[in-house]
Design a protein around this ligand. Structure first.
Ligand code: FES
Length: 160
Protein backbone atom coordinates (compact mmCIF):
# COMPACT_ATOMS: atom_id res chain seq x y z
CA UNK A 1 0.00 0.00 0.00
CA UNK A 2 1.11 3.55 -0.54
CA UNK A 3 1.88 5.82 2.41
CA UNK A 4 -1.58 7.39 2.52
CA UNK A 5 -3.36 4.04 2.56
CA UNK A 6 -0.94 2.67 5.13
CA UNK A 7 -1.81 5.62 7.35
CA UNK A 8 -5.52 5.01 6.79
CA UNK A 9 -5.10 1.30 7.53
CA UNK A 10 -3.39 2.11 10.81
CA UNK A 11 -6.28 4.40 11.70
CA UNK A 12 -8.72 1.58 10.92
CA UNK A 13 -6.76 -0.83 13.10
CA UNK A 14 -7.17 1.57 16.00
CA UNK A 15 -10.91 1.89 15.53
CA UNK A 16 -11.86 -1.77 16.02
CA UNK A 17 -11.68 -3.75 19.27
CA UNK A 18 -10.00 -6.64 17.41
CA UNK A 19 -7.38 -6.04 14.74
CA UNK A 20 -8.86 -8.73 12.50
CA UNK A 21 -12.15 -6.78 12.33
CA UNK A 22 -10.39 -4.21 10.15
CA UNK A 23 -9.71 -6.79 7.45
CA UNK A 24 -12.46 -5.91 5.01
CA UNK A 25 -12.05 -2.11 5.10
CA UNK A 26 -8.30 -2.54 4.68
CA UNK A 27 -8.83 -4.89 1.74
CA UNK A 28 -11.02 -2.19 0.19
CA UNK A 29 -8.08 0.23 0.49
CA UNK A 30 -5.86 -2.26 -1.33
CA UNK A 31 -8.47 -2.98 -4.02
CA UNK A 32 -9.01 0.75 -4.58
CA UNK A 33 -5.28 1.41 -4.87
CA UNK A 34 -4.30 -1.47 -7.17
CA UNK A 35 -7.59 -2.39 -8.82
CA UNK A 36 -7.14 -5.90 -7.40
CA UNK A 37 -5.46 -7.60 -4.45
CA UNK A 38 -1.85 -8.46 -5.37
CA UNK A 39 -0.27 -11.52 -3.78
CA UNK A 40 2.27 -9.45 -1.86
CA UNK A 41 -0.50 -7.35 -0.33
CA UNK A 42 -2.21 -10.47 1.01
CA UNK A 43 0.92 -11.22 3.01
CA UNK A 44 1.30 -7.61 4.14
CA UNK A 45 -2.32 -7.34 5.28
CA UNK A 46 -2.11 -10.69 7.10
CA UNK A 47 0.99 -9.49 8.96
CA UNK A 48 -0.63 -6.13 9.74
CA UNK A 49 -3.68 -7.82 11.27
CA UNK A 50 -1.76 -10.66 12.89
CA UNK A 51 -3.81 -13.30 11.07
CA UNK A 52 -2.71 -16.06 8.70
CA UNK A 53 -2.45 -15.58 4.97
CA UNK A 54 -4.97 -18.42 4.61
CA UNK A 55 -7.48 -16.42 6.65
CA UNK A 56 -7.12 -13.43 4.34
CA UNK A 57 -7.42 -15.74 1.31
CA UNK A 58 -10.61 -17.26 2.72
CA UNK A 59 -12.20 -13.82 3.03
CA UNK A 60 -11.05 -12.85 -0.46
CA UNK A 61 -12.57 -15.96 -1.98
CA UNK A 62 -15.95 -15.18 -0.40
CA UNK A 63 -16.50 -11.59 -1.55
CA UNK A 64 -16.97 -10.76 -5.22
CA UNK A 65 -15.99 -7.14 -4.55
CA UNK A 66 -12.36 -8.25 -4.28
CA UNK A 67 -10.35 -9.40 -7.28
CA UNK A 68 -7.17 -11.47 -7.38
CA UNK A 69 -6.30 -10.44 -10.94
CA UNK A 70 -6.34 -6.98 -12.54
CA UNK A 71 -9.73 -6.10 -13.98
CA UNK A 72 -10.53 -4.14 -17.11
CA UNK A 73 -11.08 -0.39 -17.16
CA UNK A 74 -14.79 -1.18 -17.08
CA UNK A 75 -15.82 -3.86 -14.61
CA UNK A 76 -19.25 -4.99 -15.76
CA UNK A 77 -21.10 -7.11 -13.23
CA UNK A 78 -24.22 -8.83 -14.46
CA UNK A 79 -26.71 -9.95 -11.86
CA UNK A 80 -27.68 -13.61 -12.09
CA UNK A 81 -30.22 -13.50 -9.25
CA UNK A 82 -33.74 -14.81 -9.76
CA UNK A 83 -35.49 -11.52 -10.58
CA UNK A 84 -32.86 -10.59 -13.12
CA UNK A 85 -32.86 -14.12 -14.53
CA UNK A 86 -36.62 -13.90 -15.09
CA UNK A 87 -36.26 -10.50 -16.78
CA UNK A 88 -33.48 -11.32 -19.21
CA UNK A 89 -30.26 -11.10 -17.21
CA UNK A 90 -28.91 -14.27 -18.82
CA UNK A 91 -29.49 -12.77 -22.24
CA UNK A 92 -27.54 -9.66 -21.25
CA UNK A 93 -24.59 -11.79 -20.14
CA UNK A 94 -24.75 -13.80 -23.37
CA UNK A 95 -24.81 -10.57 -25.39
CA UNK A 96 -21.74 -9.24 -23.59
CA UNK A 97 -19.81 -12.47 -24.09
CA UNK A 98 -20.67 -12.50 -27.79
CA UNK A 99 -19.80 -8.84 -28.31
CA UNK A 100 -16.56 -9.04 -26.35
CA UNK A 101 -15.42 -12.47 -27.48
CA UNK A 102 -15.29 -13.77 -23.93
CA UNK A 103 -16.20 -17.01 -22.32
CA UNK A 104 -17.93 -16.83 -18.98
CA UNK A 105 -16.38 -14.23 -16.63
CA UNK A 106 -13.23 -12.71 -18.05
CA UNK A 107 -11.32 -9.70 -19.32
CA UNK A 108 -10.91 -8.60 -22.91
CA UNK A 109 -7.39 -8.72 -24.34
CA UNK A 110 -7.30 -4.94 -24.68
CA UNK A 111 -7.97 -4.63 -20.95
CA UNK A 112 -11.03 -2.48 -21.52
CA UNK A 113 -13.76 -4.76 -20.16
CA UNK A 114 -14.11 -7.35 -17.44
CA UNK A 115 -17.42 -9.19 -17.26
CA UNK A 116 -18.50 -10.99 -14.12
CA UNK A 117 -21.73 -12.71 -13.28
CA UNK A 118 -22.61 -12.00 -9.67
CA UNK A 119 -25.31 -12.86 -7.17
CA UNK A 120 -28.26 -10.56 -6.45
CA UNK A 121 -27.25 -6.90 -6.55
CA UNK A 122 -30.16 -5.98 -4.27
CA UNK A 123 -32.06 -3.86 -6.79
CA UNK A 124 -34.51 -6.55 -7.83
CA UNK A 125 -37.41 -4.16 -8.51
CA UNK A 126 -35.39 -2.71 -11.40
CA UNK A 127 -34.30 -6.01 -12.93
CA UNK A 128 -32.41 -6.73 -15.03
CA UNK A 129 -29.57 -4.93 -13.32
CA UNK A 130 -25.88 -4.58 -14.02
CA UNK A 131 -23.14 -2.58 -12.35
CA UNK A 132 -20.37 -0.78 -14.18
CA UNK A 133 -17.47 0.03 -11.86
CA UNK A 134 -19.86 -0.53 -8.97
CA UNK A 135 -22.47 1.96 -10.24
CA UNK A 136 -25.96 0.57 -10.70
CA UNK A 137 -27.49 0.44 -14.17
CA UNK A 138 -31.16 -0.59 -13.75
CA UNK A 139 -33.61 -1.96 -16.35
CA UNK A 140 -30.85 -2.64 -18.84
CA UNK A 141 -31.58 -3.84 -22.36
CA UNK A 142 -29.38 -5.21 -25.14
CA UNK A 143 -29.63 -1.81 -26.85
CA UNK A 144 -28.41 -0.10 -23.67
CA UNK A 145 -25.45 -2.47 -23.51
CA UNK A 146 -24.60 -1.94 -27.16
CA UNK A 147 -24.60 1.83 -26.58
CA UNK A 148 -22.45 1.44 -23.48
CA UNK A 149 -19.89 -0.73 -25.30
CA UNK A 150 -19.73 1.67 -28.22
CA UNK A 151 -19.25 4.71 -25.99
CA UNK A 152 -16.71 2.98 -23.81
CA UNK A 153 -14.67 1.99 -26.86
CA UNK A 154 -14.84 5.57 -28.09
CA UNK A 155 -13.66 6.82 -24.71
CA UNK A 156 -16.91 8.60 -24.04
CA UNK A 157 -18.42 8.42 -20.57
CA UNK A 158 -20.90 5.67 -20.96
CA UNK A 159 -24.44 5.09 -19.82
CA UNK A 160 -25.98 1.66 -20.02
S1 FES B 1 -31.97 -10.52 -8.68
FE1 FES B 1 -30.87 -9.00 -9.74
S2 FES B 1 -30.88 -7.33 -8.38
FE2 FES B 1 -31.81 -8.93 -7.26
Amino acid sequence: MNAENTRRAEQLLGSFPNRSSALIPILHLVEDEFGFIPEGEVESVAAMLDVTKAYVESVLSFYTLFHRQPTGKYLVQVCRGLSCHLRGGDDLARFLYEELGLRRNGTTEDGLFTVEEVECLALCKDAPVIQVNLEYRPNVSRADLAKFLRQAREGVTADA
